[in-house]
Design a protein around this ligand. Structure first.
Ligand code: SAH
Ligand code: SF4
Length: 353
């Protein structure tokens, strides 16, 4: 099956270029600089899948541009639509594959982006973690997921979450570069407010501390998954390097410096981390921090032995946290119908060529 991989070109795609670089190409083509700005305004403000849609440039110019500079670099391999989510599988020029998802909740469309090909953290309940680590994504490959989903679905996401494949703080520089473009006003970027961009991390302490010093008011979500070191280390191998006793002060510092309420994510695994004692311990751990908790009932991953706790146990866990003063929600993950829910993304997704 042909998946329409763009012909090799020495020039980076439009999505990877700065305003100045695009202007230089237009100059080479004998076109005025304002046309470069027009292209970028389309790219970042309209949601386009191809040059054909850049209707404020002439047909001839669009054709010449297509010959000189690819618009994007990721090729679509598969697209699956569910009731509340649409998932894409992309292939990069080196053959690496990642997935991304557009998620509908009433009144809001969110783009869930991948930051790496696979993930090196190896969390035992996560399909991405089980697939191992391929490589870091480059900033424009991250940005492109957002732009191409918009162009292909015709629907604009108001929010972005880094909850796809990979650990965003393990690819700090490229993720931040992509975020700066998502955040910048057009024609430099997409104009998404920092408060509408969430980084979800497994708890990479140096990354959290660096993020605290960025002058950005990003949302931070920290995947905790256990209130004690021993259980957490069993679920998240990297927590031996970054234990809870180091993660919590770093989160506190982020919250203080960025003046943000932090979200703690907690995958509920039956019989592993869903007991009343664990709920109480978690409540104790989070009590004096400006935060909320987001419980994620386990989404099935076939290679794992885990199960989702029954509904009443989920509710009990939530009630105990709330008693401890921690505002808590249960995330009934969107996209399970197309295996696009938290922890279900893969690079060898079924349906792929
Ligand atoms: N690497 C980052 C972001 C990607 S995962 C992180 O771990 O935070 C986004 C969320 O989905 C994380 O909280 C992760 O722990 C959770 N998750 C992973 N596998 C899951 C599964 N099978 N069911 C439910 N949530 C899962
Ligand atoms: Fe990586 Fe997050 Fe999956 Fe852990 S849960 S393996 S950090 S993507």
């Amino acid at each position: 099956m042909s998946i329409g991989i763009p012909a090799p070109s020495s020039r980076p795609p439009a999505s990877a270029q700065s305003e100045e670089e695009t202007a230089a190409l237009f100059k080479e083509l004998g076109e005025p600089a304002f046309r470069a700005t027009q292209l970028r305004e389309f790219l970042f403000r309209k949601g386009i899948a191809s040059y054909e849609q850049v209707t404020n440039l002439s047909k001839t110019l669009r054709k010449r541009l297509a010959e000189h500079m690819p618009l994007y670099e990721l090729a679509q391999v598969a697209e699956q639509a569910g009731d509340d989510a649409r998932k894409w599988l992309w292939q990069a020029r080196d053959g690496a594959r990642v997935e991304s998802v557009q998620i509908h909740v009433p009144g809001r469309l969110t783009s869930c982006l991948s930051s790496q090909v696979g993930c090196a953290m190896g969390c035992v309940f996560c399909a991405t973690g089980l697939s191992g680590f391929g490589r870091d994504l480059e900033a424009h490959e991250i940005l492109e997921q957002y732009l191409q989903m918009w162009g292909r679905s015709g629907e604009h996401s108001s929010h972005v979450v880094f909850m796809g494949m990979g650990e965003p703080l393990h690819n700090y520089d490229e993720v931040l570069k992509a975020i700066r473009v998502l955040n910048a006003p057009p024609p430099k970027g997409c104009g998404i407010g920092a408060r509408r961009i969430t980084i979800s991390t497994v708890g990479i302490v140096p990354g959290i501390l660096r993020l605290a010093d960025e002058k950005l008011q990003l949302e931070l979500a920290v995947s905790l998954h256990a209130p004690d070191e021993e259980t957490r280390a069993r679920l998240i191998p990297v927590s031996r390097r970054y234990p809870i006793r180091e993660v919590m002060p770093a989160v506190r510092e982020f919250s203080r410096k960025a003046r943000r309420i932090v979200t703690f994510e907690y995958v509920l695994l039956a019989g592993v981390n869903d007991s009343e004692a664990q709920a109480r311990d978690l409540g104790g751990l989070l009590q004096d921090l400006p935060c909320k908790a987001n419980l994620i009932p386990f989404n099935p991953v076939s290679e794992t032995p885990y199960e989702r706790p029954p509904l009443e146990r989920q509710e009990r866990f939530k009630a105990l946290l709330e008693q401890a003063g921690v505002p808590t929600t249960i995330r009934y993950s969107k996209g399970r119908g197309v295996a696009a829910a938290c922890g279900q993304l893969r690079r060898d997704a079924p349906g792929a060529a």
